[in-house]
Design a protein around this ligand. Structure first.
Ligand code: NZQ
Ligand code: ZN
Length: 405
């Protein structure tokens, strides 16, 4: 096991109706003027925001609402929101929504504590982040794990870059997780969320060394839980037990627990972010569309690891590692298909993707070949291009077996 530090201090308040505790929680964590960030309006339509406002009023807190965050949240919007939060004199950020609202709230929190510093200078590391403002979340979609993670991801539209920062200042003070809230999600968003939760663990899991038994057991158990309950929640949207399992898994999958003792890599996410930056693809879909190609490209370099995944997560009985590895990849891709996720770039319906486009995507994913992705073997620009080319093959062309010998 490598050295590690685990610091995931977010207080989790889980259960039906827990949003009524919002006001007392904000007070407990020192807030008095609350800047409330939300998305395109689902939280207004569902009535959640009304309950949140009532709780803030009960606790005699001043607050201002700031709606309009888009999925794949934009840097420019965060800068505007930061100005409003400054004018209001906010001392606490509350996100009501999913990863996009939470990440925007985190950005505003950093901006508030660092007046005059451009957010992108913080994002690129030009200005080290040494202080921030407290932030908390009321989660409405299990997916990004931002409610417990140390990350925040923004898209800089002008630069055409989607990237994140990892810092302890990104940890929420508290997260309210009511499993009834995501019951209103469209199927597609729920499927994308399921994939993203799986990927936060898979992107930590496919780092073959060193041996970390407990980390593996947590990761494999989490994956089995999400796969099983993902299907249940999609089949019966009133099943808040299944939704609760997925919701809790979203936090555990990205709070560090499923990768302790190993390096941090997140290579599939680099491919996904390149796709989302250029084509505004929903995050979970961007990952599903490349994972099969990514895995097919790499499994022969780590057959034992892929075989362990196949046996312990999918129950594959095959004794030969290479055959087991292929069966695990096949099972994963079949699962994505079964929950109506794209499994290749043509499935994303982006129109024709030319060789020049693939080239640009590979350059973005590897920061112009300056970053090597994956701990399995170095994946630079040339290898990333090969993976994107494989992903650009229509699903029908794979025939019955996704990943042939
Ligand atoms: O905007 P509204 O109207 O609220 O609608 C949202 C949005 O359209 C809708 N939605 C959310 N909860 C709902 C609902 N609709 C009906 N009922 C509900 N209960 O779902 C759509 C997607 O929302 P979004 O916040 O974008 O979803 P998600 O949580 O998947 O966040 C995605 C963003 O998080 C980033 C992604 O890259 C992407 O930008 N990530 C953040 C991470 C982090 N901070 O740790 C890690 C992840 O890897 C990821 O990169
Ligand atoms: Zn993700």
């Amino acid at each position: 096991m490598n050295q590690f530090t685990q610091y995931a201090p977010t207080e989790i308040i889980f259960g039906v109706g827990t949003e009524v505790k919002t006001g007392t929680e904000v007070r407990k964590w020192g807030g008095s003027r609350v800047f409330v960030v939300y998305g395109g309006g689902s939280v207004i339509r569902s009535g959640l925001m009304g309950r949140v406002e009532a709780s803030l009023k009960d606790a005699e807190l001043e607050y201002e609402l700031c709606g309009g965050v888009q999925p794949n949240p934009r840097l420019a919007f965060a800068e505007e929101a930061r100005k409003k939060a400054e004018a209001f004199g906010a001392d606490f950020l509350l996100a009501v929504g999913g990863g996009s609202s939470i990440d925007t709230a985190k950005a505003v929190a950093h901006g508030l504590a660092n007046p005059g510093v451009a957010l992108w200078d913080i994002w690129t590391g030009k200005v080290p982040l040494e202080k921030s403002t407290p932030v908390a979340a009321i989660l409405t979609i299990p997916a990004a794990g931002s409610e417990m993670s140390d990350s925040a991801v923004l898209t800089n539209e002008e630069a055409g870059i989607k990237s994140g920062i990892s810092t302890p200042f990104n940890r929420c003070k508290f997260a309210i997780m009511n499993p009834d809230l995501p019951l209103t999600l469209p199927d597609y968003q729920l499927s994308c969320g399921i994939c993203d939760i799986m990927m936060h663990t898979l992107d930590r899991y496919f780092i073959p060394k060193p041996k970390c038994d407990l980390t593996d057991e947590i990761a494999e158990g989490l994956l089995r839980t999400v796969i099983r309950n993902g299907k249940l929640a999609l089949e019966d949207r009133s099943d808040d037990d299944a939704m609760g399992e997925i919701m809790w898994a979203s936090s555990i999958s990205h709070n560090g627990m499923t990768g302790l003792g190993r390096a941090r890599d997140f290579s599939v996410h680099k491919f996904g972010h390149a796709l989302s930056a250029r084509y505004d693809v929903t995050h979970g879909a961007s990952l599903a569309a490349v994972w099969g190609s990514w895995a097919t490209f790499l499994y022969k370099d780590a057959p034992e690891r892929f075989a362990q995944y196949a046996r312990n997560v999918w129950g594959v009985k095959e004794e030969d590692d290479l055959r087991a590895a292929r069966a695990g990849i096949q099972a994963t891709v079949d699962y994505f298909r079964s929950i109506k996720l794209p499994v290749c770039l043509p499935d994303l319906n982006l129109g024709e993707i030319t060789e020049t486009d693939l080239d640009a995507l590979a350059a973005d994913a590897t920061k112009n070949d300056t970053v090597k992705l994956t701990q399995i073997k170095p994946v630079g620009y040339a290898e990333a291009l090969e993976i994107f080319r494989m992903a650009n093959v229509p699903d029908e062309a794979h025939g019955a077996g996704y990943c042939e010998e």
